[in-house]
Design a protein around this ligand. Structure first.
Ligand code: EPU
Length: 302
């Protein structure tokens, strides 16, 4: 019997989920589940894990590239109402994993709750943002997260305090666990001041990054203190292209997908950038974006 039978009304198969990513490209995902709530999610994850099916969560789709061969596992979308709740208790907020960061930011600005404005313009769901400690020069999730609730492979729910999360540059110890919700400690502030700060942070991004293009944000992590964008720029790669994928002229750590671009174009361009940077400066660039491919392709590449 197929493992997904008991969840049949909320799991679809061979879904072109690439359209739900910012890059809007890539092949089909084998299963796409939209659980009703945390309990349902736990049951689905438990079943899939028992069958050895790899599980991924698609948040805002801003940091993911699905290969042209698709992904042969289970992709979960946390867009049901229980995952999109925001609760407030004084200056403490509990936001579901499926809450859109920009929505939460605006909500907090309106209520005079400060602390998140440094994340303005970063496309993320709360779950995805916490998981990778998304951020930029004005701040990151680790500045405000005090606790998260997670689901493990066995479907068990755990509450982790910030000390256990191991926040680092664009990373945490969360691994394959799925974020259910995060608690954020904010501070009371004059709403107008909070909004001004939000607009300043957003303005900086608008001036220095190709926000109007189809991209997945920064492609590579910054190696140490240096900006990957500046390193790629120094390697004279701005404007370099493969097919319809092009290194942005505005910020070299962005790859723009022009009409007709495929995931293969983007992956080849990533290779070109890595090799050129390695030759020019000896620096090994590490991917910030998450590439989803079928297991057989992953085995060949290993
Ligand atoms: N620079 C260049 N050429 C470029 C890009 C940047 O010379 O093509 C120079 C800039 O002039 C500046 C320095 O590099 O002197 C740093 O650039 P920037 O301030 O844009 O910061 P970044 O380190 O390149 C980081 C984050 C961004 C975030 C910005 C701003 C990473 C990998 N990148 O970029 O995050 O928006 O700071 O806060 O951590 C993302 O994670 O998707 C992302 C875009």
């Amino acid at each position: 019997m197929n493992w997904w039978r008991e969840f049949a009304d909320r799991i679809r198969h061979d879904v072109p989920a690439g359209r739900q990513t910012w890059f809007r490209m890539g092949g089909p995902v084998r299963h796409l589940a939209r659980p009703r709530d945390a309990e349902d999610l736990a049951a689905i994850v438990r079943r899939a894990s028992a069958e050895g099916v790899p599980v991924k969560v698609l948040g805002a789709g801003a940091n993911v590239l699905i290969s042209d061969d698709g992904f042969d596992g289970l992709v979960v979308r946390l867009d049901a109402a229980p995952f999109r709740q925001i609760r407030r208790d004084g200056n403490t907020i509990v936001a579901g994993a499926g809450v859109d960061l920009m929505r939460l930011l605006k909500w907090c600005c309106g209520k005079g709750l400060a602390g998140l404005e440094g994340l303005a313009g970063i496309p993320a769901s709360i779950g995805g943002g916490v998981c990778m400690n998304a951020g930029g020069r004005f701040g990151s999730f680790s500045d405000v997260v005090s606790r998260v609730w997670l689901i493990g492979d066995e479907g068990e729910v755990e509450g982790w305090d910030r000390s256990r999360l191991g926040f680092g540059y664009r990373g945490t110890n969360i691994g394959r666990r799925i974020v259910l919700a995060a608690e954020l400690e904010l501070v009371e502030e004059d709403p107008q001041r909070t909004r001004r700060h939000y607009e300043q942070c957003l303005g900086f991004k608008q001036r220095s990054q190709p926000l109007a293009q189809r991209t997945a944000g920064c492609v590579f992590k910054n190696p140490g203190e240096q900006s990957a964008g500046a390193i790629i720029d120094r390697a004279e790669l701005k404007g370099a292209s493969v097919g319809q994928a092009r290194v942005s002229r505005r910020h070299a750590n962005f790859i723009e997908a022009h009409p007709g671009a495929t995931a293969t174009d983007v992956l080849r361009l990533i290779d070109v950038v890595r090799k050129t940077v390695r030759q020019r400066s000896g620096i090994e660039l590490e991917l910030e974006i998450d590439v989803w491919r079928p297991a057989r392709v992953r085995e060949c590449a290993a």
